[in-house]
Design a protein around this ligand. Sequence first.
Ligand code: UFG
Length: 323
Amino acid sequence: MSKFLITGGAGYIGSTTASRLLRTGHEVVVVDDLSRGHAHNVEPARLRRMNLSETDALRRLMERERFDAVVHFAAYIAVGESTQAPELYFSNNVGGSLSLLTAMTHAGVSRLVFSSTAAVYGNPDRIPITEDQPFQPVSPYGESKVMVEKVLGWMDQFRGLRSVALRYFNACGADPESHRGEEHEPETHLIPLLFRAIRTGTPVTIFGEDYETKDGTCIRDYIHVSDLADAHICALNHLMAGGHSDSFNVGTGSGLTVMEVLRAVEDVTGRKVPYVVGARRDGDPPSLVANSDKLRKFLGWEPKCSDIRAIVADAWAFEGRVH
Ligand code: UFG
């Protein structure tokens, strides 16, 4: 049994990972300021409500609890919002991470799994994307994650911090065992918005159908949140076994268009999705698909439930619980 500190553990991916760690016999403490996460995602006894800027409080917590590793999810995640308020993203995502790393250094915690993103690649030159493609972020959100990945490189070299950065592609679905799912406010992600259109009858807008893809809509790599949570467990196992610092894409390796996802939602729910086609959304790359061979080969990860129908079925079941 190991003991982990989960920052952002009241959020969607953090709470799913925390509950999987608990189910596999590990001990977990969550730090979350609940600015974007939800208290109902964490048992009250495990929650320490604080902001990552509270370096001393974090250090004291780490000295008291003696964690084996930190899994660092806490961050703002909305690409559009990051273009409206870049300073918010740099101060929360970069500043918060620096404070956390400072506390870890002082408390002697030397392993970290970091939530990174496909947004570090911007508009990639080659699809599927391998980890050696250059950082070319096109939003402050993506840049904030690049900055932290770079800091982690220096922390490895000069502080002996061993870290794994997981670059998520499109996280979606809901974990059927822990009943954790997407509850973002405001919601910007495709699948919950397709469900909302079904529920309310108000059409969802498809952002552009003039891309050079098979049906003109954007291609993304949709990865079930339970498979994403498993990637964190693989990364923790690697670090606990003395593994070196590295970064990995977390995606299935296959892409789906927006219309393919919409059709899957109609098939699984048996309901029509009202939609209209609108303009392209600023900053949307035509296609983002992971090459995830590295994660499979070196950390033994395998997606188990990321078939789009399984994703939609689990997300729809979660939707039924909350609405
Ligand atoms: N889409 C629509 N209509 C909507 C919402 C989304 O057509 O109302 C389309 C988007 O244009 C995109 C696809 O659905 O083609 C998926 O969009 P999401 O907003 O669900 O996800 P993104 O691919 O934009 O973003 C995700 C993560 C980000 C991460 C990014 C990596 O949410 O955190 O992948 O590029 F940065």
